[in-house]
Design a protein around this ligand. Structure first.
Ligand code: NDP
Length: 295
């Protein structure tokens, strides 16, 4: 993509919902074949502490998707008053349970629980969220390990466009441990030239304007303006923001950005469904190995 290429009339929709549905079908087929071959059913333990309504919805969607592809869901619902010790005991029990191949502790945890200590207690081999420092360290060093779901989903979406990441300029806005930093590392691994922006970035418009690939993971509605987008760029909007009237919107001014982008993800229906699909894939891989075929 160079400056001389004509701007596309309107960006093609990078449809995460459709891609995630395809991936779920493939996973369902892999699970079916594995079970037929006598393997034990992969199990995901979702752990929800407290009654945050948004977290309850996320967990319900994950459980439903899990059952749909044939994974066992072993859900643990704990009261908001759960102590750190009790939660650590629960995690130790799940670590030791051979029927559990993946453990997902839904974040955020209620105030008073030490999130970092809880995530570190999860067996790295069962850390299907990819948040354990060991797995994040492996990612940093380019070693195989469970990778965080949202960044993994973003890379799958980018691959779907056919864009050559090698040598491309990728600008990631947001530097959280769960999205921004890992997706930057994964883009770097694919030989993109990566710029990682955040709230202290001096000229966000100029950084975004130079990008072949924009990944927005901020949590500020419409922060990324349409006119910033370089014509032909691929735009991935990770943001999930609730508007006053209850609708969901991303971090990108979608309509305006679509005028200039070659591909763009919608919100909802972009990254969100891919995150769940990658969680299922991570669980299958945690149980049966990366090819989904091993013992
Ligand atoms: P965090 O709040 O942890 O991080 C936000 C990042 O955005 C920070 O690095 C912050 O910078 C940066 N930022 C904030 N304001 C600005 C600004 N004005 N200009 C540039 N950078 C800014 O968010 P998460 O990474 O957890 O999530 C980001 C968004 O993605 C949220 O809307 C969340 O709901 C959504 N999300 C969606 C998922 C999905 O499956 N679709 C999964 C996970 C998250 P600094 O570090 O300097 O403070």
């Amino acid at each position: 993509m160079d400056d001389a290429s004509p701007p596309p009339v309107s960006g093609r929709l990078l449809d995460g919902k459709a891609l995630a549905a395809r991936i779920r079908e493939e996973l369902q087929e892999r699970v079916r074949r594995g079970l037929e071959a006598g393997r034990s059913r992969p199990g995901l333990a979702t752990v929800l502490v407290g009654d945050d309504p948004a977290s309850a919805v996320y967990v319900r969607n994950k459980r439903r998707a899990c059952e749909q592809v044939g994974l066992a869901n072993l859900h643990r619902q704990l009261p908001a008053s759960t102590s750190s010790e009790a939660l650590l005991d629960e995690i130790a029990a799940l670590n030791a349970d051979p029927a559990v191949h993946g453990i997902l502790v839904q974040l955020p945890l209620p105030a008073g629980l030490d999130e970092a200590a809880i995530l570190e207690a999860v067996d790295p081999a069962k850390d299907v969220d990819g948040f354990h420092p060991r797995n994040q360290g492996c990612l940093l060093q380019g070693r195989p390990a469970l990778r965080p779901c949202t960044p993994r989903g973003i890379l799958r979406l980018l691959d779907e466009t056919g864009i050559e990441l090698r040598g491309a300029r990728a600008v990631v806005v947001g530097r959280s441990n769960i999205v921004g930093k890992p997706v930057a590392l994964m883009l770097l691994e694919r030989h993109a030239t990566v710029v990682l922006c955040h709230s202290r970035t001096r000229d966000l418009a100029a950084e975004v304007g130079a990008a072949d690939v924009v990944v927005a993971a901020v949590g500020v509605p419409q922060l990324i303006r349409g006119e910033w987008i370089r014509p032909g760029a691929v735009v991935v909007d990770v943001g999930i923001n609730r508007t006053g009237d209850g609708r969901l919107t991303g971090d990108v001014d979608f309509e305006a950005a679509r005028e200039r982008a070659s591909w763009i993800t919608p919100v909802p229906g972009g990254v969100g469904p891919m995150t769940i699909a990658m969680l299922l894939q991570n669980t299958l891989e945690a149980a049966w190995g990366a090819a989904g075929e091993a013992g």
